[in-house]
Design a binder for this molecule. Structure first.
Ligand SMILES: O=C[C@H](O)COP(=O)(O)O
Length: 268
């Protein structure tokens, strides 16, 4: 982490929780909050049908943001099953995940589609959380950095610096997602540093403002190690975000790390 960037923790519930279950989670989770959201940007990304229920709850009053897991790039039209950025805004979303590896792998989402989604989200004033990451095969072949750099280039090349600064990048090694096998924090730190280098090439000084998250089997017992890496600014969390107590433990851990870092900054 770096005191110059506010850490961000996003819950990606994937295809889990009805509106009722989402509200039940929120009541239990919010009951535990006591000021952590002043230090950490917390985002909850439920499935689409649960968005209105959470929009009607007191997330914003408690400093928590609402996000979506996907978006289409067009604003309206004959695109059966798709949802536009404006529609997400209308149900309270300020953030949206784009290019998650599950969307790339299971739904054929191309780099070009990811780029369009990212730009459409920015155009609507939303914060896109751009997911990048290599497969195990690519890592074993020593191509992890090259693959991630290409994904970043495809999504971000040509973006003006004002918009680029609003992007959040989530580095998620595909082999670590939902497997219980997280990356070693040192490897994640090295990949985050490689992401930052590529961002500098693509976005110049705006790169220093872009938060880089780690995702892939993040859990309360390993998260602090990732946050200790200089270029890791938070997490994109699947499984451990489904239970209020474990997601809160992650939020508390990030808030503690941010407080410690702010203290170090003041002491210098
Ligand atoms: O978006 C979240 C990631 O895919 C990580 O999922 P996970 O925490 O279940 O490994």
């Amino acid at each position: 982490m770096n005191a110059a960037r506010k850490p961000l923790l996003a819950a990606n519930w994937k295809m889990n929780k009805t509106p009722e279950e989402a509200l039940s989670f929120w009541h239990e989770f919010s009951g535990r909050l006591s000021g952590e959201t002043g230090r950490v940007e917390v985002v909850i990304c439920p499935p689409y049908p649960a968005l209105p229920a959470l929009q009607g709850a007191d997330l914003r009053a408690r400093g928590v943001y609402l996000g979506a897991q996907n978006v289409h790039w067009e604003s309206r039209g004959a695109f059966t099953g798709e949802v536009s950025p404006g529609m997400l805004r209308a149900v309270g979303c300020s953030h949206v995940i784009v290019g998650h590896s599950e969307r790339r792998a299971y739904f054929g989402e191309s780099d070009e589609a990811v780029k369009r989604k990212l730009r459409a989200a920015l155009e609507e004033g939303m914060t896109p959380i751009l997911c990048v990451g290599e497969t195990l095969e690519q890592r074993t072949a020593g191509r992890a950095e090259e693959v991630v750099a290409a994904q970043l280039t495809a999504a971000l090349e040509g973006l003006d610096t004002g918009r680029a600064a609003r992007v959040v990048v989530a580095y998620e090694p595909v082999w670590a997602i939902g497997t219980g096998r997280s990356a070693e924090s040192r490897d994640a730190g090295e990949m985050a540093a490689a992401v930052r280098r590529r961002l500098r090439e693509l976005a110049g000084p705006a790169a220093e403002e872009i938060r880089i998250l780690y995702g892939g089997s993040v859990a309360p017992d390993n998260f602090a190690q990732f946050l200790a890496e200089a270029e890791v600014d938070g997490g994109l969390v699947g499984t451990a975000s489904l239970r209020p107590e474990s997601f809160f433990a992650l939020v508390a851990s990030a808030a503690k790390a941010a407080t410690a870092q702010a203290g170090e900054g003041e002491a210098q």
